[in-house]
Design a protein around this ligand. Structure first.
Ligand code: ADP
Ligand code: MG
Length: 722
């Protein structure tokens, strides 16, 4: 029998029914219905104004204030016609969250009446106080001005709650002195850097008609769903988003019976509501399935321009959380909610392209003949080799550290997987002789009725952190709870920088009169000779790779956030961001400070929680069990029945160890060192191991103590009862 409070939760869960919310609707009725989309603007705006807006979005030209006034008016009319009374500038602070400040459209008139009002100035600029957002020392609170400014490239939308509708306007968030305090500003800058350099390279490659180049992103989101009834019984899930304790369930994921299995009805109903909400927001949700671990699922959209995809990804996380609540569940976006089974990642699929040349990372069927592809792909390889540690730093959080290198997710060593065909082509380039591309051939199923189709030229590799997947790269080491902005900023920046280097080298050769093909291949040969060692097609989980990567290939293995974040302080990184115009040294330093602080705070909260739960819930339960056992043993021996005191002694000894471990953890919490770097190390090297030790003891106790007395819902309940 589980303890009474767990029993009550289990009973509540038995009663639950799938929550049907609204009648099924056609896609055409709901698609983007809550978005002030380009076609709505086109219908509402005078032709010239609409053209000007379109130019700004497509070509990045400056936005005219007179235009903003007209757009604001139309936007307000649309929102008010839908029932909105408030608008909100939405921005993305350096935490992984979304922030909003709400203002009313209301404008009281002298005669006691009130009208709605919204001007271009209010649309374009806002001033949330924002002094409480982490800024890494850029602003002191006495000069706390922060401004939000409309990002016209990401559409405004309506957010509906049961009692009202708010018009949401995506914005950047900058300080009074113009420094980026958010994640969107550098993303837009990094995209502009890619655009500048890619257009330059395309023109060197002989292209004449070149549309603006932009990065694209499609992010696959993994998540866990558990019943909400458990939350109040698990302070660790409530406050840290993961279980700090939990004896493994006898059944985990070893049967692989959940992966791509039939989706449970209650979950499918939840997913359908999520998808409907996303469609209304113009977010192209495209796939859904069960993931590897029990109670783990995935949702992926069709890819979009990186900036819009990033805003949409943030919204997707919000919609997942909110919808789960409505359905009596909790959506866990933490990277490792449960020990011993898979964690959750967010695969960031990324490419660059434009309207005239298309996807610049599409190899076609004969990549060896596709100079444009080879040179852009070569730029990626060079960027990853030079700045792999920066990519690692961009995904460094306390929670993602549980995943990376744990043989379920990619290792912390950043390498590039190209697939056999491309790896061969790039090896040919390295050797200076480009002869051909191995082709995939046709698939033969051995079944006559099935149509033939061509085999992909390369297989997948699940063990690589950064894999080429046909026409894009997939950054697989990103954490499930992270904003994709940081990883995208890094990918765009290192690519822009590498394209610039390649363009310089190519230009120099062309100026010497070398023919284009020969010059391009010569530059690529240098790239491969200097950076080819980052390409790896083998098993990224293996011991050999961990050894070879570091000892023979000179790649870095930055295991923890405390190892990875200081990369942001390296001079080469400062120069990279400055050269590309993506982050100033002050902005970069502030990011280091903020991310380091978040890591330290996350570990600190977990450590305190571990102490609290161990002392106030686990120790009392285990001691009560020792008391029960001793009473029985005493009565038995009084009766002259032979007794075994083994279990009683073992539990009692574990209780003693638990006290010692929690005391030692408490001491470490109470005495943090000074200075950010030292504090980072303290969290990683002292707090985490001591927390792990407490966990070992608690989990062992869970396997021994009477289930009647155990206060925390077990892994078996959390993962299998819903
Ligand atoms: P898989 O699980 O096989 O990786 P999914 O269909 O789950 O495939 O996800 C693939 C993701 O990659 C989708 O979000 C898709 O839109 C995205 N994607 C495809 N092409 C591109 C591209 N050119 N740029 C960015 N993302 C892309
Ligand atoms: Mg994928």
């Amino acid at each position: 029998m589980p303890s009474p409070q767990r029993f009550a939760a289990l009973q509540a869960i038995q009663q639950r029914q799938p929550v049907a919310t609204a009648p099924v609707q056609k896609l055409s009725e709901i698609w983007a219905s809550d978005v002030f989309s380009l076609d709505k603007m086109k219908a509402a705006l005078p032709k010239e104004i609409f053209k000007s807006v379109q130019r700004t979005i497509r070509e990045g030209s400056k936005l005219d204030v007179s235009v903003a006034n007209v757009v604001a008016q139309a936007m307000k009319e649309w929102a008010v016609s839908r029932g909105a009374l408030y608008y909100s500038h939405v921005f993305y602070p350096l935490t992984n969250s979304t922030a909003e400040k709400h203002d009313g459209f209301i404008s009281p008139q002298g005669d006691g009446s009130a009208i709605t009002e919204f001007t271009g100035k209010l649309l374009v600029q806002g001033e949330p106080d924002g002094s409480s957002f982490p800024n890494g020392g850029i602003r002191s609170t006495f000069e706390a001005r922060g401004y939000t400014a409309w990002d016209i490239t990401s559409p405004a939308y309506l957010m509906e709650t049961p009692n009202g509708i708010t018009l949401c306007i995506p914005t950047v968030f900058v300080s009074w002195t113009g420094e980026a305090l958010d994640k969107k500003t550098p993303l837009l800058r990094s995209n502009a850097a890619v655009d500048r350099q890619a257009r330059r390279l395309l023109s060197l490659l002989g292209e004449k008609d070149i549309a603006p180049v932009s990065s694209s992103c499609g992010a696959e989101q993994e998540y866990f769903l558990i019943d909400r009834a458990y939350l109040s019984l698990r302070p660790d899930l409530l406050l840290a988003g993961r279980t700090l304790f939990g004896h493994p369930s006898a059944k985990g994921q070893q049967f692989d019976d959940h992966y791509f299995g039939a989706i449970p009805e209650r979950v499918q109903v939840f997913m359908q509501e999520v998808e409907r909400s996303l469609y209304r927001l113009g977010i192209p949700a495209k796939t859904r399935h069960n993931e590897v671990a029990p109670s783990q699922f995935e949702i992926a959209p069709f890819h979009e321009a990186a900036n819009v995809a990033t805003d949409h990804q943030q919204l997707t996380m919000t919609v997942l959380r909110e919808t789960a609540r409505k359905h009596g569940m909790v959506c866990l976006l933490h990277e490792k909610p449960f020990a011993g089974i898979n964690g959750s990642g967010k695969h960031v699929n990324w490419s660059i392209g434009n309207a005239t040349q298309g996807n610049l990372l599409d190899p076609g069927n004969t990549p060896h003949e596709n100079l444009q592809f080879l040179i852009f792909c070569g730029a990626v390889i060079r960027g990853v080799h030079l700045y792999g540690p920066l990519m690692r730093a961009a995904i460094a959080t306390a929670s993602n550290d549980h995943r990376l290198g744990a043989n379920e997710a990619p290792p912390a060593i950043i390498s590039v997987y190209l697939g056999s065909q491309l790896e061969d082509v790039f090896q040919q380039i390295r050797g200076g002789q480009l002869s051909g591309s191995a082709i995939g051939g046709m698939m033969d199923f051995g079944i006559d009725t099935l149509p033939e189709f061509p085999r992909d030229a390369g297989d997948r590799n699940r063990t690589s952190p950064f894999a080429f997947t046909g026409n894009r790269f997939e950054f697989r080491a990103v954490g499930s709870g992270q904003s994709v902005a940081g990883p995208l900023v890094v990918l765009n920046t290192i690519l822009a920088d590498s394209i610039a280097w390649i363009a310089d080298a190519l230009e120099a050769r062309l100026n010497q009169g070398e023919p284009l093909d020969q010059a391009a291949l010569a530059v690529l040969q240098v790239v491969m000779q200097q950076h080819g060692q980052v390409v790896f097609g083998g098993n990224g989980y293996s011991e050999e790779w961990h050894h070879m990567a570091v000892a023979e290939r000179g790649l870095e293995n930055l295991r923890t956030t405390a190892d990875a974040l200081p990369v942001l302080e390296r001079p080469a990184i400062r120069e990279l961001f400055e050269r590309t115009g993506v982050l100033t040294p002050v902005e970069l330093q502030s990011r280091f400070e903020v991310y380091a602080e978040q890591y330290i705070l996350a570990i600190d909260v977990e450590a305190k929680l571990a102490v609290q739960i161990a002392q106030t819930q686990i120790y009392p339960a285990a001691m009560r069990y020792v008391g029960d056992l001793s009473a029985i043993l005493q009565r038995q021996s009084a009766l002259g029945v032979p007794v075994s005191t083994q279990l009683c002694q073992r539990v009692s000894a574990l209780c003693q160890t638990l006290l010692e471990c929690t005391t030692s953890l408490e001491e470490a919490i109470a005495s943090p060192p000074h200075g950010t770097e030292a504090h980072l190390r303290h969290a990683a090297d002292v707090l985490v191991p001591r927390m792990n030790r407490v966990r070992e003891v608690v989990d062992e106790l869970e396997g021994l103590v009477d289930d009647d007395l155990w206060p925390l819902p077990t892994y078996q309940e959390l993962l299998f009862v819903r």
